[in-house]
Design a binder for this molecule. Structure first.
Ligand SMILES: C[S@@+](CC[C@H](N)C(=O)[O-])C[C@H]1O[C@@H](n2cnc3c(N)ncnc32)[C@H](O)[C@@H]1O
Length: 324
């Protein structure tokens, strides 16, 4: 089919995607493609686009699919031997999801920073995707496990680093304009410190697993009031913005949560607390967690959600700002 024959509605979109197969995508995770062939593209796609592509090493086809604003969370499955370290931490994210972000927002060899590194999921993803990772983690317990995890699960390690310290002290050691991507999941305030419910007792305490990060007062998960927590976290991201090269991205994985009877829309609260002149929101991707068990919260008296999704807040350091 020639470009002439395309429905008018698609033409403007195709204009910016020369050499890429025109694809109409549904919003599902595995996009259904209704293809309108423009030219013979696969070849051109491989040959032409990466030369002009300053962001990543993806082909145009893969690039477009990653911009769908709903992702299905990828995991290894509980029985996989590589979940051993991941499971010890009370709130890890999946290294496969992080690898997708790293592959979209960087090229091979670039520097990825995780300011709340936990058991090193970002460093594992960086290693597998041939990027350099720097992780900061306050708790020696998680930092040690991260090191052990990388040794066991990613032999060869490829220069990944973990610094065990408060992120607020680490910022002065990271040069300005040096980082290609920040990807992280911060503490969700003090939700892990609340009294263990049925789920926590069954899934963690019964197995001898930790239910919170640490007792360290510098741990952001131990700040007792929500507004102070939000302010502290937002100031950290604003400070980290100056570590990014101008025009580079900061992706933050968060979830809304209930604390007591109050629902906290954490993703929008955090967005609202961050100074947009330092980090500008570019979009929000929903991460659908299809593996989570359903609990009868509230039944049969009141609506209480089973929260089965996270948000990936995608910020960018403005290009123009030479100094922050
Ligand atoms: C949501 S977890 C990150 C988990 C990580 N994404 C993973 O997959 O293992 C947040 C981490 O931030 C750490 N943390 C809390 N306060 C910190 C601080 N002030 N500086 C550095 N790390 C901190 C906690 O110990 C915890 O491991």
């Amino acid at each position: 089919m020639s470009t002439q024959a395309l429905p008018t509605i698609l033409k403007p979109k195709l204009h910016g995607l020369r050499g890429v197969k025109a694809t109409r995508l549904t919003s599902g995770v595995k996009p259904v493609k209704i293809t309108y062939a423009i030219e013979t593209i696969e070849n051109q796609n491989e040959k032409c686009l990466p030369q002009r592509n300053r962001l990543n090493d993806l082909t145009g086809k893969d690039w477009i699919q990653e911009t769908v604003s709903v992702w299905r969370q990828r995991g290894l499955g509980a029985a996989h031997p590589h979940t051993k370290y991941e499971r010890m931490h009370p709130a890890p994210f999946s290294f496969q999801d992080v690898a997708r972000l790293i592959q979209f927002f960087t090229k091979e060899g670039m520097l990825v920073l995780d300011p709340f590194a936990g058991v090193g999921s970002t460093l594992k993803a960086a290693s597998i995707t041939k990027r350099l990772g720097l992780g900061i983690e306050l708790s020696p317990r998680w930092a040690d496990l991260a090191r052990r995890r990388l040794k066991e699960e990613v032999p060869g390690l490829n220069g990944q680093k973990i610094w065990c310290m408060d992120i607020r002290n680490a910022t002065e050691k990271i040069p300005d304009n040096s980082v290609d991507l920040i990807v992280t999941s911060p503490p969700y305030w003090m939700i892990l410190n609340k009294k263990a419910d049925h789920k926590v007792r069954e899934k963690r305490l019964a197995l001898g697993l930790a239910k919170s990060y640490s007792l360290d007062p510098r741990d952001l998960g131990n700040i007792p009031d929500y507004p102070s927590f939000l302010t502290a976290l937002a100031r950290i991201f604003e400070e980290l913005a100056s570590k990014l090269k101008p025009g580079k991205y900061c992706t933050i994985v968060v979830s809304d949560f209930k604390h007591g009877s109050k629902y906290h829309p954490f993703h929008s609260d955090l967005y609202g607390a961050i100074d947009q002149s330092k980090l500008e929101l570019q979009g929000v991707t929903i991460l659908h967690q299809t593996h989570k068990a359903l609990y009868p919260y509230g039944f049969p008296y009141a609506y209480v959600p089973n929260i089965h999704h996270q948000y990936i807040l995608i910020f960018r350091r403005p290009k123009e700002s030479k100094k922050i």
